[in-house]
Ligand binder design. Structure first.
Ligand code: AMP
Length: 376
């Protein structure tokens, strides 16, 4: 259920990373008060929020405190335990709801849900034991990929099985809990589709983003993704059908593989704004974060359009110093830094968005810049 939330009311955000920070910035612009719960004292979101609670995500007392001090609660990531949110549901509105959270935080539930909607996914088996794994490999064949049902992200909690040599590594994963074994999808591209919803079942869909990963971390998003118009429409239709089925409030992201014959296979659902949607801050008439806040607050959403083609590139710890040098050299690049104090290799520290008149030229400009050389 969504009700209309007006400025000066308080939005509580669970999770204080960059997604929470950009949600908070949108909420502040719209006149809301913002509170954040995060285990780290100086989290990116707490730096721009009105107040914050420093506690772990499973600290029920602190989640209850957040609920008591907020008019609505939202979450910036899917690994917050749904059962701890169930306990505060009677105290505070959680407009995104818990269905999407429960589905997206468990790969088994996610696949069963997508199967029910008859949407295309990779063939898979649920794996609980070594025997299941052997049987699964026999049925799906090599290569295949084993993923933990709970808690994985950016390729963590995954083992790619190319030969029987990878089985021992896989057993370590199975010992931690149930897994899904997926057949390998030979894809040409990865794309994501972002949809936002608000009350009265109104939904808007963003342009397709083409996502290029390096070492399992998103490197670059190109928008609109370089797939045919027909493929873009099909992807948007699938994403909308998921949003409608789950009566999404706020922003949700559907990640998909595009095969060489432009068939689509859904990889996963993220119940929130997404790294691949950062381009929308500068390139669209409304950002994924503004749309999220509008949606959860019951404000209507505009039709979404792209002002200009765009490329978004992440800045990891090892790239920050060179990126800061580029501030002086690249007046047309939009620099975002998240305010994380500790610079670590592979840690997402910021991103750059470049609005483009020629994608080819912009991609050349990026590859000529030294910033991302170290990623290989
Ligand atoms: P995930 O955490 O499920 O998004 O997986 C991380 C990355 O691994 C994806 O972005 C893909 O590049 C790759 N990947 C995951 N599942 C498969 C699959 N079934 N076939 C091929 N590549 C995959």
């Amino acid at each position: 259920m969504t009700k209309l939330l007006l400025p000066n009311k308080t939005i509580g955000i669970i999770g204080g990373g960059q997604l929470g920070q950009m949600m908070a910035l949108s909420a502040k612009e719209m006149g809301f008060k913002v509170g954040v719960l995060d285990p780290n004292e100086d989290s990116p979101a707490s730096q721009v929020a009105d107040w914050s609670i420093t506690a772990s995500y499973d600290d029920q007392k602190s989640i209850k405190l957040l609920a008591e001090q907020s008019d609505i609660v939202t979450y910036e990531f899917e690994n917050v335990d749904a059962s701890s949110l169930e306990k505060i549901q009677h105290k505070v509105l959680i407009p995104q709801g818990l269905d999407i959270l429960k589905i997206s935080q468990n790969r088994q539930f996610e696949k069963e849900f997508l199967n029910r909607l008859k949407l295309p996914i990779a063939r898979y088996r649920i794996i609980e034991t070594e025997d299941d794994l052997k049987k699964g490999i026999d049925e799906l064949g090599y290569p295949c990929v084993l993923k933990t049902c709970l808690g994985g992200y950016d390729g963590k909690g995954q083992v790619v099985l190319r030969t029987s040599e990878n089985i021992s590594e896989s057993l370590l994963l199975i010992n931690k809990g149930n897994c899904v074994l997926e057949s390998w999808v030979s894809f040409e591209k990865e794309i994501s589709v972002i949809v936002s919803g608000t009350q009265d079942n109104q939904y808007q869909v963003f342009p397709i983003s083409e996502n290029i990963h390096r070492h399992n971390i998103l490197y670059q998003s190109i928008v609109p993704g370089r797939v045919s118009k027909g493929c873009q429409n099909k992807a948007q239709k699938m994403a909308l059908s998921i949003a409608k089925q789950l009566k999404i409030r706020g922003t949700v992201t559907i990640e998909m593989f595009v095969t060489f014959d432009e068939s689509l296979i859904i990889n996963e659902i993220a119940p929130r704004p997404h790294n691949s949607g950062h381009y929308s801050i500068e390139a669209c008439n409304i950002s994924q974060f503004d749309a999220h806040i509008r949606g959860i607050c019951g404000w209507p959403l505009p039709n979404i359009y792209l002002h200009q083609e765009a490329v978004m590139i992440n800045l990891l710890g090892e790239e920050v110093t060179d990126a800061q040098v580029a501030i002086l050299e690249q007046p047309n690049w939009f620099f975002h830094f998240y305010g994380k104090k500790e610079i670590k290799k592979d840690r997402k520290m910021g991103h750059i968005t470049i609005l483009s008149n020629s994608l080819k030229g912009t991609l050349k400009e990026i590859s000529e810049s030294k910033i991302w050389n170290q990623r290989g």
